[in-house]
Design a protein around this ligand. Structure first.
Ligand code: GRG
Length: 297
C-alpha cells in the first residue's frame, strides 16, 4: 500500500530542496556585489527575485548532494560526524552556486552573440544596458565563480569546472559552423550539445560526488547521469523553441531556426524528408525559407 501511494503522488523535486534553494538565492545575491555601482546593477540583474530562472542546475546538484553523503569512518564520534557533514553540505552548496554563476555568465554572453532582446521574460541585459556592460557582467560572474571554486581547495574540482567553461565556448563556436555536412550531422549536434549544455551539468554532478569522497566508480555514474540529463534538457529546449509560446519560454520562439541553428527537430525531420536538406542549405535569412522548413516539422 505504501508503494502505491508513492507511485500515485509524484514528488516535486524543487520542493525537496526549497530551503536550500532560498539560501542559494540569498548567497548568490551577496556574492555578486561589485565595487562599481554600474557593474553591480548589471551583475545582479538575473539574481533579483522573480528573474532567477528555473534553477534547474542547482536543484539537480542539491538533490545529488542529498543522495551522495560522505563515506564516514566507523570510529567517527557523533559530534565529529555532525560537523563533517555540515561542512560537506556547505561545500556542495558552493558547487551549486558556482554552477549557477557560470550558467548565468554564459546566458549573458549568449544574448550578446545572438543579439537577443528578451531573457527570462524581461529585457535581456544587453538590450537594457548594452552589449559592453553585458559582456563585462558575464566576465565578472565568471571571476566570482573562480574565487568560490578556489575556496574549495580541490584541484580536481577546479580543473573539472574550469574545463566546462572551455566546453561552453567550444559548443558555442561549433554552433556557428557554416559547413553543411556538420550542420546536418546528428553526431555533430550531440557533440555540440554536450559542450554547450550537458558538460556543465555532468561535471558539476561529478564534483558533488568527488567532494563527498565517493569512489571513482560512483563519480563516473554521477557524471553519466548529469550528461544524459543535460542532453535531454537541451533536446526538450530545442523542441520547445518550435512548440512553446513566448510567455512560456521567456524569449521569442523559433529563435534557433531564425539564427540558422539546426537543432534536433530539424535533424529528425530530415531523416524522414531528405529534401529538407536543400532547404536548410539555402540558409534562413529569407523568412519564406523558414516557413518552408516549418512545413516539414
Ligand atoms: C562566458 C561561460 C561563458 C561562455 C561563453 C555564450 C557561450 C560561451 C555559451 C552559451 C551556452 C548556452 C547559452 C547554452 C544553452 C544552455 C541552455 C539550455 C540554456 C537555458 O537554460 P535554462 O532553461 O535557463 O535552464 P534558466 O533561465 O531557467 O536558468
Amino acid at each position: 500500500q505504501e508503494r502505491s501511494s508513492i507511485i500515485e503522488e509524484p514528488v516535486d523535486p524543487f520542493s525537496l530542496v526549497a530551503d536550500e534553494l532560498s539560501i542559494l538565492a540569498n548567497r548568490l545575491r551577496a556574492m555578486v556585489v561589485a565595487e562599481v555601482p554600474k557593474l553591480a546593477s548589471a551583475a545582479e540583474y538575473f539574481f533579483k527575485m522573480g528573474v532567477e530562472g528555473k534553477r534547474f542546475r542547482p536543484t539537480v546538484l542539491l538533490l545529488m548532494a542529498s543522495a551522495l553523503k560522505m563515506s564516514i569512518p566507523e570510529s567517527a564520534t557523533d559530534t565529529a560526524l555532525n560537523s563533517l557533514s555540515k561542512e560537506l553540505r556547505a561545500r556542495q552548496q558552493c558547487i551549486a552556486e558556482i554552477t549557477e554563476m557560470i550558467h548565468v555568465a554564459s546566458l549573458l554572453h549568449d544574448d550578446v552573440l545572438d543579439d537577443a532582446d528578451t531573457r527570462r521574460g524581461i529585457g535581456s541585459l544587453n538590450f537594457v544596458m548594452g552589449n559592453k556592460l553585458a559582456v563585462l557582467a558575464g566576465d565578472f560572474l565568471l571571476s566570482r565563480a573562480c574565487v568560490a571554486l578556489a575556496s574549495l581547495k580541490n584541484t580536481e574540482v577546479v580543473t573539472l569546472l574550469a574545463t566546462v567553461v572551455e566546453h561552453l565556448v567550444t559548443g558555442e563556436t561549433m554552433q556557428m559552423t557554416t559547413s553543411s555536412d556538420q550542420r546536418c550531422s546528428m553526431d555533430y549536434y550531440l557533440q555540440k550539445t554536450y559542450y554547450k549544455t550537458a558538460s556543465l551539468i555532468s561535471n558539476s554532478c561529478k564534483a558533488i560526488a568527488l567532494l563527498a569522497g565517493q569512489t571513482a566508480e560512483v563519480s563516473v555514474l554521477a557524471y553519466d547521469y548529469g550528461r544524459n540529463l543535460g542532453l535531454a534538457y537541451q533536446l526538450i529546449d530545442d523542441v520547445l523553441d518550435f512548440t512553446g509560446t513566448c510567455a512560456s519560454l521567456g524569449k521569442g520562439s523559433l529563435s534557433d531556426i531564425r539564427h540558422g541553428i539546426v537543432t534536433a527537430p530539424i535533424l529528425f525531420a530530415m531523416e524522414e524528408f531528405p529534401q529538407l536538406r536543400m532547404v536548410v542549405d539555402k540558409g534562413f535569412e529569407d523568412p519564406d525559407n523558414v516557413d518552408i522548413a516549418l512545413d516539414y516539422l
